[in-house]
Design a binder for this molecule. Structure first.
Ligand code: ZN
Ligand code: ZN
Ligand code: FE
Length: 758
């Protein structure tokens, strides 16, 4: 029997498993990795082969998944034993590369066991754990295709590597202190201060004494400081140019996390998973410092903390040594991609870090820490990177090699390979020189890994996006996909649902088909294409992009649509009074004449406007900050109250008029009702709008997508209300609802139109 298997079957001990299984059943033949996955040729009686195949599926390693198989039978070649053969890399490459995996229990035991030859060795791994996507240069996944190729295994490591019964059998990054990568501690001038374990110890001492240490980790540099020392945290913020955005934390263990946050079983599962993402956890005491005495500069004004567990041997060694939580934020200046190379880090992070804890295992692919938000019984992935990427989704679309380059914010890439869609890791928010370089580099390395030449490149319609401009420069056919359509398709493929679907696609900004700014859309998706069947009533955003940083402007735009010029004489509206007279005059003129005040239906900006009106901040330190404050306020209230709204039919399109909602909200504000209650009523109304629009449009399947659905209150309430009204709601699961999911949606759009043309 000849078996060709596709899916995630490489780099997780699949071949040793097949080897042991075949041997235990006294069958002969071979197993090998191929570019498409794994191949097995096995000889025996029909009955035995049948049993073998059954056990292959039922007993396969936990991380393995088989998405396709091809079975054929040949004449018996007369094998006498079962072996693991060398890889066949001739076929086209579609094997799933596995994400980087957090260290397993067995390896953890090795590194903390005195006398073990890997005692305190930061590069310990086995077939069940360790680096994958971040070190793989190309397929198939063999050592000489990884950044470990420069290291020659010593006799002991080689023996483990070649012994099918060993946990490190064909563990490609296998290494030990004798033969593998090593740590060094550098000062700001690049001088080596310490080596090996002494380097790690000295870095820990520096953190303890309030210094900022740049640590070369798994998928890039992290900046570490003692999370309890306000001065150190404030230094870090100032030097990194990150004023208010929360900083991620790494705790030594679960017990330490429990000092600051209550964790339920869902959250515990996320924290201790092989992906080990940053999990947003509610603080036990807020406002307050928690019992580990965190600096209040970690996440100012935020009832949540972004916490992760140590995931590499190095992180375990550092946090065990320190015994207190550290800030572990990505090593970059704000808005730049994470830095991966020690010589580049030295240059880019030279003004931020006091010391550099580096090593000589090259990182091939940047890999930020993933971020998840627990919800009901699962999570919303806010940033898909280490541990999750590449995300592979199988589709029933015809295979076509395509590349999608995503949107602008939270940029990521996607590939169409055969019947699979592969979503890359988070790359960054383009804007700086490094970001557009990172985009090009990541495209190249991804295409090289899969030996893929894309027939077309898919991008957003927005001409100003760096990714769009990149696509146009490549000299290949380019297909442009509407932003919100891509959002809906990403949610559909994430849930594997068929058309027709009503896509509720709410975000901050995206270029609409009519050249206005969309962002509060109801798109009806049929077999062929999409139709905009509903949207929020338009309002102007004075200053365009400036309105993202200044929610007060969005609020003015909304109120101007309601009151017109009389708005500016309404003394009773506190927001109007908050602007200085000259500024207000300028904004008035912009709105009245429509100068640099694009027309928008953005739901994200409505959240901003509501936050500003309630007094939760006229300014945002980062996009979405005001909306987050609004959500946190809403969580404080336990209310089912709602505001009014209208849905008006305009030539077949349902226009959602928010005027009654904002008028009632102003009334609540005037009556000085609690901001938390007003925030909750706003959220409740937005959820009701979804249900009512879905009822009028008359489609049962409702996909919730776009950056607004990073909001847990909105998402949970919308799902609950839709279900109780007889609808079937879908939320994002493995693909982020924000623009990090756009590339995947773009691939689906291309596959749909290719199918259409067939
Ligand atoms: Zn392991
Ligand atoms: Zn060794
Ligand atoms: Fe978007």
């Amino acid at each position: 029997m000849h078996l060709e298997l596709q899916g995630t079957v490489q780099g997780i001990g699949f071949r040793p498993f097949v080897y042991r299984l075949a041997r235990s059943m006294a069958l002969s033949g071979w197993v090998r990795n191929s570019s498409r996955g794994a191949e097995i040729e096995i000889e025996g009686s029909a009955q035995a082969l049948d049993k073998f195949k059954g056990r292959l599926y039922s007993e396969k390693p936990r991380a393995a998944s088989i998405t396709a198989e091809k079975v054929s039978f040949t004449h018996s070649p007369g094998y006498t034993e079962f072996i693991i053969a060398s890889s066949n890399d001739k076929a086209s490459k579609s094997a799933g590369i596995l994400p980087d995996l957090a260290i397993c229990r067995a390896c953890l035991k090795d590194i903390f066991e005195t006398g073990n030859r890997r005692y305190l060795y930061p590069f310990t791994n086995c077939t069940n754990c360790g680096p994958r996507f971040s070190i793989i240069e190309r397929l198939p996944y063999d050592r000489h295709h990884t950044t470990m190729k420069a290291f020659t295994m010593c006799d002991e490591c080689r023996e483990e590597y070649e012994n099918p019964l060993d946990r490190r059998f064909h563990a490609q990054p296998n290494a030990c202190p004798r033969c593998g990568p090593q740590m060094e501690l550098w000062d700001r001038k690049g001088k080596v201060l310490e080596r090996r374990n002494d380097a790690v110890q000295a870095a820990c001492e520096a953190i303890r004494s309030g210094k900022i240490v740049a640590v070369k980790g798994l998928g890039g540099f992290q900046l570490m400081v003692d999370a309890r020392q306000g001065a150190a945290v404030s230094d870090l913020r100032r030097r990194k140019g990150r004023e208010e955005k929360p900083l991620a934390l790494m705790y030594p263990d679960m017990e330490a996390i429990r000092k600051d946050c209550d964790i339920n079983s869902n959250e515990l599962g996320l924290l201790s998973s092989a992906a080990a993402p940053i999990v947003l956890l509610r603080r036990k005491s807020f406002p307050g410092v928690g019992s580990s005495g965190l600096s209040d500069l970690i996440a100012p004004g935020n009832p949540y903390l972004g916490i992760m567990m140590p995931y590499t041997p190095l992180h375990h060694i550092i946090t065990a040594q320190l015994g207190f939580p550290v800030v572990a934020t990505s090593g970059n200046l704000s808005d730049e991609p994470i830095c991966i190379d020690e010589h580049e880090a030295f240059h880019r992070l030279g003004k931020i870090a006091d010391l550099f804890l580096v090593h000589n295992r090259p990182i091939f692919r940047q890999m930020d820490d993933s971020v998840v938000r627990p919800i009901n019984d699962g999570a919303i992935i806010l940033r898909s990177a280490r541990g999750y990427a590449p995300t592979i989704i199988s589709t029933d679309s015809p295979g076509m090699p395509v590349l999608a380059v995503g949107a602008n914010q939270k940029n990521s890439l996607a590939l169409g390979i055969g019947k699979q869609v592969l979503a890359s890791q988070h790359i960054g928010d383009p804007g700086s020189r490094y970001s557009s370089e990172a985009l090009a580099n990541n495209v190249d390395s991804l295409l090289r890994a899969y030996d893929l030449t894309p027939k077309v490149i898919i991008c957003d319609r927005h001409p100003d996006y760096i990714a769009t401009q990149y696509a146009e420069r490549q000299g290949r056919p380019v297909v442009k996909v509407q932003h919100h359509y891509a959002h809906v398709l990403s949610c559909m493929v994430d849930n594997k649902i068929e058309t027709p679907v009503l896509g509720v696609t709410w975000d901050g900004t995206g270029l609409g088909d009519d050249s206005t700014i969309w962002g509060g859309e109801f798109l009806y998706i049929d077999k062929k294409s999409y139709k905009r069947v509903g949207h929020f009533r338009h309002f102007r955003l004075p200053g365009g992009e400036a309105a993202i940083r200044e929610p007060g402007r969005a609020a003015l735009g909304v109120l101007y649509a309601i009151y017109g010029d009389s708005l500016f004489s309404k003394e009773e509206i506190t927001l109007v009074k908050a602007f200085k007279a000259p500024e207000l005059k300028v904004l008035h003129r912009m709105l009245a004449r429509g100068i640099n005040s694009p027309i928008s239906s953005s739901a994200g900006r409505l959240f901003d406007a509501a936050a500003a009106l309630i007094g939760l901040g006229r300014f945002s330190g980062f996009e979405g900050q005001a909306a987050m404050r609004l959500e946190f306020a809403a969580e404080q209230a336990d209310s089912d109250e709602v505001y009014g709204f209208d849905i008006i039919q305009e030539s077949g399109i349902h226009v959602i008029d928010w005027e009654p909602m904002f008028i009632e909200m102003l009334d609540d504000i005037k009556k000085e009702r609690a901001p938390s209650l007003t925030a909750a009523k706003f959220h409740n109304t937005m959820a009701d709008i979804i249900v009512e629009a879905a009822r009028l449009i008359g489609e049962k399947k409702v996909a919730l997508t776009g950056g607004c659905f990073q909001n847990r209150y909105l998402t949970e309430r919308a799902i609950r209300r839709l279900k109780s009204s007889g609808f079937t709601p879908y939320r994002h699961r493995t693909i982020p609802p924000n623009d990090g999911g756009i590339a995947t949606g773009q691939i689906m759009a291309a596959l749909r139109s290719a199918k259409e043309k067939q």
